[in-house]
Each structure stands twice: as C-alpha cells, then as structure tokens.
Ligand binder design. Structure first.
Ligand SMILES: [Zn+2]
Length: 141
C-alpha cells in the first residue's frame, strides 16, 4: 500500500474513533464542589447552591424541593442563587442529602454515568442517560 494512503487511512480511522461515543467509560466518582454553608441564627444558607445545581445539571427548584422535602423544613432561593433553609442543618446532613440526590436523580443506574437529564412525562419522571440511552423511571420530587 502506498505510504500516503496508509497515513490518510490511519488519520481517518483515528478521527472516527475520536468521534465515537465513549460508552465503556469506567465509573468515575463524581466530584461535587464543596458546599459553602453559613449559619445565621437558626437559618442555614448554602451560598453556592446555584453553582452546585449547575454542576449536576439540575434546576435549583428541583434540588431545593428535594432537600426541603427530605428535611421537612421550609426554605427559599434568593436572587444570587443561594438556598436558605429555615432551620439549622449540619454540613454532614446536607452532604448526605446531596449524595443521595445524585445517586437517585443524576447517576444512571445502567452505566454509572452522571451525564443524564431528568424528564417529566406527565406524572412519570424519567432519568435519561446521555451516555448509554437508558431510561429509568424515578420517584417524582
Ligand atoms: Zn447510562
């Protein structure tokens, strides 16, 4: 075979491999940024709440609803995207709840990818994986 043709062929082959979706990715544990928590009186504020939600690609409203329901406490998101919970919650508890949220509403149970979206189909909520295409029904929040 002509050397140049071989070179072109290898080049194209490499490009093709680069474009293929990487399906068999080893499960890498997702690194959630550190929660920035401050306490004012009996209120707990997660300063970087919006960034955290952004990182896991979930709307702050959904994540807030989950946290507040689990804590059985009221709360609100301010204009800077910080979440204030009307109650005193330890950093440990918040970390645990975030991890649980990630496990139930972000991580694909089929392939372990965190590259997923949450879709509502009427009353049914589905976790759709962008890596493997699996659709998993989840409990509505
Ligand atoms: Zn998947």
């Amino acid at each position: 075979m002509n050397k140049d043709i071989l070179k072109d062929y290898m080049y194209l082959l490499n490009r093709l491999y680069e474009k293929l979706p990487r399906k068999v990715k080893p499960t890498i544990e997702f690194e959630l940024p550190q929660l920035q928590i401050t306490y004012i009186g009996l209120h707990t504020t997660i300063k970087n709440f919006a960034q955290l939600c952004d990182r896991i690609r979930r709307t702050p409203r959904i994540v807030m609803r989950y946290l507040l329901r689990e804590l059985a406490m009221p709360g609100t998101i301010d204009e800077h995207g910080s979440l204030t919970i009307y109650g005193r919650v330890s950093a440990q508890t918040l970390q645990t709840l975030f991890s649980r949220f990630m496990r139930n509403y972000v991580k694909c149970p089929t392939c372990g990818s965190y590259d997923t979206i949450l879709q509502r189909q009427g009353k049914i909520w589905v976790l759709r994986c962008l890596a493997c295409g699996a659709e998993t029904p989840v409990r509505p929040i």
